[in-house]
Each structure stands twice: as structure tokens, then as C-alpha cells.
Design a protein around this ligand. Sequence first.
Ligand SMILES: Nc1nc2c(c(=O)[nH]1)N[C@H]1C(S)=C(S)[C@@H](COP(=O)(O)O)O[C@H]1N2
Ligand SMILES: [Mo]
Length: 506
Amino acid sequence: MGSHVVLAASDFPIWIRITHYINLLFMFLLMRAGLQILMAHPRLYWNASCKPGSEWLKFTKATVPTDRLYTAMDDERSISPWLALPGKDELGLGRHWHFFCATFWMLNGITYVALLFASGEWSRLVPTSWEIVPRAWHTLLTYGSFHIPPASDFRPFDPLQQLAYAGVVFLLAPFQIITAFALSPAVEARFPWFVKLLGGKQGARSLHFIGLALWVLFGIVHITLVFVVHFQDNVRNITVGNSPAAQSSNLTEPMVLFFGGFVLAVLIAAWASWYSLGHRRRMQHVLGAIVDPIRMLSMQYLTSKQHYRKASSYFWINGYPPETDEYKKLAEANFAGYRLEVSGMVDSPLSLSLSDLRQMTSQSQTTLHNCIQGWSGIATWTGVPITEILARCGASPHAKYLIFTSYQHGKQSFPLATQSWERPFYEALAIGQAKHPQTILALEMNGKPLPIEHGAPVRLRVETYLGYKMVKWVRSIELVDQYTQLGDGQGGFREDNQFYGTSAEI
Ligand SMILES: Nc1nc2c(c(=O)[nH]1)N[C@H]1C(S)=C(S)[C@@H](COP(=O)(O)O)O[C@H]1N2
Ligand SMILES: [Mo]
């Protein structure tokens, strides 16, 4: 084979070089934000109960005490901003970054694959004959004996390299996307079979982590080999391409681009952490503004179709029960004096006792609970559909949100000190979600009156949402047309204080 033919066949067009670099940048940010999310519940399981001790891998030394209440948030790990994006215990911002990067990483990947097929370059990546397997084996043996295959083996990739790249592009990337979708509560609520296929919520979460581990492994080997095997050729290919013109130029420009690219990626990553930690509200809004519309478009109309057969053996708790005298007195009297107040944009305000609520239409559902931190649990919830409450109070057609306010104050729901400690826990629920058939005010859990820790006497269940929206110890429901006048105006206690997203479908 003449060398000219090899060169012409192995040029790297500009779009490959650009998408390759964008991919590097977003993967780096994605991994760091993913680490932030992982440390919010640093345990991985193959079962939906998430019972402490049943994890197959954990990243915490903490053991869960059994003699006192220990919430999932007590189990969260703070992590250095040198490692995670943005670092500390900023799960809300970590998730914003993760979804932001995932969106653009996918767009970049789709562009790359589309151009790959449009240009015919796919044939360099996709193996078309089984012959590649023994050839790749041969290459592996070469590397294994600490030898380097000759440059002529690279057309433009050696067989092992081609298999690895094809595997990463056509198997590992789709695998990460599929397991990611299976982690969204709205997707899980609407397509429970899809999640079961992947081993359930925790199976998908564990697989997503294993996918990450494979990426990291690939990244380490890939970057090492770029340096070790025909480094100068690689630097040219990655930066200026390999056209005959680029070949004849000196190496300065490729080297500057190559190392400059790395430095730029590190600077961007460092800036992202530093800026996010200093401007948390702004980053919540900026990243949310980009991701939320996509999320709303794709997830908003998914309703829950869940019918699990059995409750799980364990159910984590988040938030410490209200400590006010008012609530304690109610609890001592078995909630005989409890009243649920329904007010705001309604024809007739309501004040419902527990027996009023028990006499209303009731339904039961066995569903999967998804906390934003990553743990899950299955339970049977029994109570009154919100549509019943809306019908009884005569909701105004102009009402857009239901504000659920709790007896509990911020202090018990959030372990860290914030100025809004003394505010009651509240969350705004869009009226469309409130009307979903599995959105209920639960009075019972697994056939018994709600235990105090799980929200007695009344808690909200929205089965397409993350757990933080499901207010426990509900005191009142107010119908409003906007929520900006409440708290810090972000749509809920966790949005105000922990910078969680406004829509909780993922
Ligand atoms: N009032 C109140 N409701 C709350 C919370 C809280 O801290 N206070 N935590 C929320 C979060 S983050 C989750 S995951 C669920 C947990 O419900 P569970 O304790 O019954 O498992 O409750 C939600 N409702
Ligand atoms: Mo949660």
C-alpha cells in the first residue's frame, strides 16, 4: 500500500476534531457532576428497598444507627469542589450541571454520529468483518508484551483501537443514555416495565455507575496510549488533522492546540465549580432556564401507571417530624383535633377533619418512591385523590398551583444553617400534576395509619415526581395563580434552600 493512500484515507476532518474536543469537555463536567449526585446517597444497591447493609458498594464509612432517627440527608456526603461539580453538598446544583451537560453532550454526539454516516467516515469505526477480532487479539498481545504496533497498523486506527472506539460510541454511550432515562421518576411512573427490564430503579442506578466506571477506564487507557503510542501522529490527528498539508507543517501548532485544549478544559471546569458555589441562585436559574423547557416538553404529560405487587422491606426517611407544641398535642390526641385547611382561589374554603377525609372517596396504590438523592422505596399508599378536594372546594379555573404547607419548620427538614430555618416546609404543585390519577393525600401507608416519621396524619403523594415535592405533615392547601410571593419565590422549601429544580420529573 502506498503511503499516499494511507494518508488520504486517514485524515481527520475538522468536524471530527471539534466534536471530539466538545465531547472531552462535557464528559469531564458530566463525570464531576455525576460524582456530586452519587455522594448525595453514597450507596449502590440491586434492590428497590435500599436497606442499609444491602448495598453492593458504598462510598461512606457511616453505618446507619438503629436506636435513633437518621434521615437520608444525614447520610449525604460533602465532597471537595476539586473533585465534584460544584462540590460541597450542593446536590441541586450538581443535578442542574449534570442535565445541562448531558443535553449538550447528547446533541454533540448526535451531530457526530450523523456526520459519521453522512460522510462515509463510519466505515473507519464500524467493524464490517469478524476478521477484526483475531486482529484485535493480536494487537492486544503486542501491547501486552510492551511493544508498540508499527504506524502502518493504524488505518487510521489499529484493530483493537477501532473495536474500543466503536464500542464506546455505539454501545457505551447509548447504554449511559438508556440507564439515565430509567432514573427519571416520570419515566419510571409511566413505563414501569422499562425500568424493570434494567433491574429496577436501583439496578439502573448501579448500571449507570458501572457505565461511568467503564468510561473512566476507557479514558485512562485512551489518554495513556495517545501519549505512549506514536504521540506525534496522535497530536496532529487530534488537532490539525492529517491531511498532506498538515503533515508537512511543524509540530508547534498541534502541540499548542493539544495542551492548550487540556488546560482550557480544566479552567472551564474549575470556573464552573467556583462560580456555582459563589452564585448558587444565579446558576440554578441559568442552567434551569436551558434544561427546564426540554424537561417540561418531554416529561410533563407522563402520568403514573404504577402497580407494584409488594411494599419494600425498608423505606428511608427525610425530614425530622415537627417539634412544635401544636403538632405534639395533635399527635398525642391521635389527631382528633386535626383540620386540613383548603383556601385561596376556591368557591368555598374547606376545613376537613380526619374523619371527613376518611369518608371521602379513597384509593390505594403501590408505587415506587424516588428521592432526589437516589434512594428509592416501594409502599402502598391509601388516601383521597386531590381531584376530590378540588371538586369539593370548587377550584377557580385561574388557579395554577396548589401550595402544600407543613406543620414542620425548616430546621427539621434541612440539617444545615440557613436564614430561612424557621419557615414552614412548603411546596408548590402545578395543578396539572395535582389532577393526575395517582396524586393523592395519603392517610395510610402499607395498610396502617401513616407513621409520624412518614408524615402523619396526612401527606402528599405525586407519583411522577421526586420525593421532595411530597409534603409530609400537611397543614393546609392554598390555591394560587403564582408562587413567587412565597418564601424565596422558587416554588418550594427545597428549591429555596437547596437550589433544587422547579420541575421534579427527573
Ligand atoms: N414537611 C416535609 N415534607 C417532606 C420532607 C421534609 O423534610 N419535610 N422531605 C421530603 C423528601 S426530600 C422526601 S424524599 C420525602 C421522604 O418521605 P419519607 O420520609 O416518607 O420517606 O418526603 C418529602 N416531604
Ligand atoms: Mo428527598
